[in-house]
Design a protein. Structure first.
Length: 541
């Protein structure tokens, strides 16, 4: 039974065409993967189904859901469908949830609105739904607020809201992008179970081909608002008939060429030394009369990095990776142990004394747009670290230094006069890297620098990191949950679990033959395109 039928859908916003003759269908109990790069029209296709388009949007063609003409449906009719027959899981759960309402209120809200149930009955239904998605009341009472949950737990709440009334269609828009691989596997298993149990149709929007291969029965590949290819997932992605499908598959498995990959290991002297570092935080007070027990986020971590070396720090969310990175960057002080950079201890030093270290140690964040002031032009943004130089450059020298930094990351000098919103996600990340290298640092800490990027843009950024490592000798500490990134770009890998480094060694050796339970769990949960295609083809005979 066909649940969703989209025929010759075209969409424009003002004079700008967004979708062009899109055809797509989803059956009851079927999972359709919708794949493409940013700007390909994936989310706009989903928003057309929900009729949550901008006011200036104009749609033509035919869109039916369970026999209902969506394009001609009134807002009143769509309000009855949304949440009841069509549910949606958004990419970022924290922004999808109301921070001032409890999780119980938010799950019960749709139940009360659509069914007219009283508060007690709605809360009982919410309790059952939260338990179904792995949040039992004994551990996660309805009175909890979103900020009291982890990223994976918040995503489960969003899924509970979307599935509370057993919708016929669930739209999941990049539901696992920001999650570690173990949480991602849990969320995908949950979606798979809900589809099987409730016979829902699932529209899974993702740029991760391995995830789509593992989850979807069929796949539709979009580019610039048009459907490039459609068919059974494993067959389509293994045959790669269309050049764009082949490009996406190659980009998802791309590893930069690094001819001097292990050269840094033979150099003498350590660039960074982390010696038995501990970081404790005050525990949550549960009684006026009892002293709080401290929470240990980092527990006796030791490692070293040499000049020009590229090291990955991998682990599940909450294992202490970012806390350790903040201490390395001297943004936080360890409770115990010592961190030495270029032979100098960083602990408890005044800001003026940290200037040389800050000049030689920079950071690239996961979300470049969030790390930029949108009111400033690129010239000012890239030039921000120049105040760390001993001699302040003149206006002309500053522009020349910014132009050179932009050129080194593949941008044009003329781009320095533009604003961040005028660039794509990949271009903004290049600008972020330009800002990080303008002072010619010895070490760059990269915190999930490619997790939110499309596969082709990710391949370009990884090539850029590898090139800067070869040309400038920049050492990298990559904080990531993506093991394909760790394998592609790093010499060594450290696996962190519950605040400790539980395994470390050559990247290939650790990832091919893990010894610790934590490393084995990460590798088992990590999506792999080739493996997913082989498994799917075997299942289909």
């Amino acid at each position: 039974m066909t649940l969703v039928e989209i025929e010759k859908l075209s969409l424009s916003i003002g004079a700008t065409p967004i979708l062009k003759d899109v055809d797509l269908s989803i059956g009851a109990g079927e999972t359709m993967g919708l794949v493409g790069e940013s700007g390909s029209g994936k989310s706009m296709t989903a928003l057309t189904l929900m009729q949550l388009l901008p006011q200036a949007a104009r749609a033509a063609g035919r869109v039916t859901f369970d026999g209902i003409d969506i394009l001609s449906a009134s807002e009143e009719a769509m309000c009855r469908l949304r949440g009841d027959d069509i549910g949606m899981v958004f990419q970022e759960p924290m922004t999808a949830l109301n921070p001032v309402k409890t999780i119980g209120e938010q799950v019960a809200e749709g139940i009360r609105w659509h069914t007219g149930a009283n508060r007690a009955n709605a809360e009982a239904s919410a309790r059952r739904m939260l338990e179904r998605v792995g949040l039992p009341e004994a551990q996660f009472p309805l009175s909890r607020f979103p900020h009291e949950l982890s990223g994976g737990q918040r995503q489960r709440v969003v899924i509970a809201i979307a599935c509370a009334l057993k919708p016929k269609l669930l739209i999941a828009d990049e539901p696992t992008t920001a999650l570690d691989v173990v949480l991602q596997a849990q969320i995908l298993d949950l979606l798979r179970d809900l589809v099987a149990e409730d016979r829902m149709g699932l529209l899974l929007i993702s740029h991760d081909l391995a995830v789509v291969t593992d989850m979807a029965d069929r796949v539709t590949i979009m580019r610039h608002g048009e459907v490039m290819e459609e068919g059974e997932t494993a067959k389509t992605l293994s045959a790669q008939v269309h050049p764009y499908t082949r490009q996406l598959a190659q980009s998802s498995m791309h590893a930069p060429e690094r001819p001097n990959r292990h050269a840094a290991s033979s150099t003498t002297g350590d660039l960074l030394q982390v010696d038995t570092v501990v970081r404790d935080y005050p525990g949550r007070r549960r009684s006026l009369w009892k002293k709080t027990e401290p929470f240990r986020a980092v527990d006796g971590v030791s490692f070293s990095m040499k000049p020009g070396q590229s090291v990955a720090l991998v682990g599940r969310s909450g294992c202490g990776k970012s806390t350790l990175a903040r201490m390395i960057l001297a943004l936080d002080n360890p409770t115990g142990g010592e961190i030495r950079f270029m032979g100098e201890s960083l602990a408890s030093r005044k800001e003026a004394a940290l200037r040389p270290a800050r000049r030689n140690m920079q950071v690239v964040f996961q979300d470049p747009y969030g790390s930029f002031d949108p009111r400033h032009r690129v010239e000012r943004l890239v030039a921000e670290p120049l105040h760390l130089l001993e001699k302040k450059p003149s206006r002309a020298e500053r522009r020349e230094m910014v132009a050179n930094a932009l050129h080194e990351v593949g941008m044009r000098p003329a781009d320095m006069d533009k604003y961040p919103h005028e660039f794509s996600g990949g271009q903004r990340q290049r600008i972020s890297i330009a800002r990080a290298i303008i002072t010619r640092p010895k070490l760059v800490v990269a915190d999930e620098p490619v997790s939110a990027l499309d596969v082709s843009i990710r391949a370009q950024i990884l090539d850029l990191f590898a090139d800067l490592n070869q040309r400038l000798g920049v050492a990298y500490l990559f904080i990531t949950h993506d093991l394909t990134v760790a394998r592609a770009i790093t010499d060594e890998v450290m696996v962190m679990h519950d605040g400790r480094i539980v395994e470390e060694g050559r990247t290939g050796a650790v990832l091919d033959n893990p010894q610790s339970d934590a490393a084995k769990a990460l590798i088992a949960a990590a999506p792999d395109l080739r493996r997913a295609i082989r498994r799917k083809l075997q299942e289909q005979g």
